[in-house]
Design a protein around this ligand. Sequence first.
Ligand SMILES: [Fe+2]
Ligand SMILES: [Fe+2]
Length: 479
Amino acid sequence: MTFRYGKRVTAFVTALCLILGLLVISPGFPDQAKAENQDPVVKKVVPTFTGDTKTSKGFTWYTMLESTGSDLQVVKKTGKKKPDFRKAIKFTGTSYVSTNDSGERVHKAEATGLKANTEYYYRVGDEKMNIWSDTGLVKTSKKNGAFTFLELTDPQAKTEEEGLLAASTFNIAAQTVKNYDFMTVTGDFVDNGVVEDEWDWLINNSKKVWGNTTVVPAAGNHEGKNNAFIDHFNVKPAASNTDTTTDAYYSFDYSNTHFTVLNTNEDSEEFRDFTPAQVNWMTSDIKAAKAAGAKWTVVLIHKGPYTTSNHATDDDIIDPNGVRNKIAPLIGKLGVDLVIQGHDHIYARSLPVNGDNEATQPATITEWLNGQQIDYSVNPDGSIYFIPATAGPKVYKKNIDPVLGDNFYSKFVRAEENHALKYGLDPSNPTRPVRGAIQNFTSVKVEKDRITVVVYEIDRIKGGAPYIVDQFGIQKDGK
Ligand SMILES: [Fe+2]
Ligand SMILES: [Fe+2]
């Protein structure tokens, strides 16, 4: 090799090292992401809330077409005894052919007349064919008292390998937080909601998590068509006459807290991402819950008004009829305590934002929790907006578009650059941080006077052991 090629060789070697480096980083998926069961007979089993969370429980599951029976059996848990399903309470559900996959059958059933604050073993399947799911364990709501839920968002895997990664985040979250009462997921369960395999990759590979809790799903735009949401989750839509091909909105009470789950897959001239009917419903739903004595109100919304990445400047958020200008002031006026968002694949949380879309500075109490400082906002004037990044591979950089305005970031307590960017850019899309390196999940503990939020992160490059990246709380006195 002559000297005149030296620079080119150096440049080539540097480029090769960079590419190899990125290849080493980007698909660095963990050992724990091993397939649990690729093709169970009864699969994608998901318990959900249907109606009164103290006395009922909904179930969805999938089978081959030939299984036309939809049988649900529940056995109250007593001590350490294994369940005897010969003595089960039996319920019969309904089934239909999956909208996504004409080779699969969707089953739904509901257990009713259950006792509050009680654990039940269950199995679902087809009694005539004697095919059953794994035995799961679910819990009904207590009438009062503290509870904890797990929150994850945007697992959104587009390959089987990414599905294993996202499923592993769910598995790690469940092992870390342990005694949680239910699990919220704020949308984009899969990358393409009409591809049924993507649902299998996520749910079958973390089936012990999905099957042993109650899932509270809020639909994202990636499952906004073809009944992809309502086929997978047995929830009771708030209005029986709404179009559920895109999603459903609904609400429920759990102990002292009211949860309102919104559907941002609608649209209208008056409200981007919403119909006037849904906005009217949300208003009366939250007002009624407060009038009935709910101590706390929590909203789950996929396309949220206060996030800090690409979607923070989307038209449907920033237009005069967009979510930030129309829905956020309403949420503030209604006195919602906590808004859990998705869609923007970055970590952030706001100050309390009031009904005029202005951030307020709350009094705070500082304590120590998990060996770290935690600030409780005391009687905040406004709603705290929170986005727990992503449970899956996809990540976006922080938004620095001047369209956001000078004051936008002053409304946030945490609005840092995406945590994955320290590992560089995604070779297949250099506008984004590298895929698959960092995931997050969150535990939310609700007590009589306090909400405590603990946010965990997993760094796959550093071995995948979860660590805490943020914690915050709300304290409400004398109400
Ligand atoms: Fe997403
Ligand atoms: Fe989304």
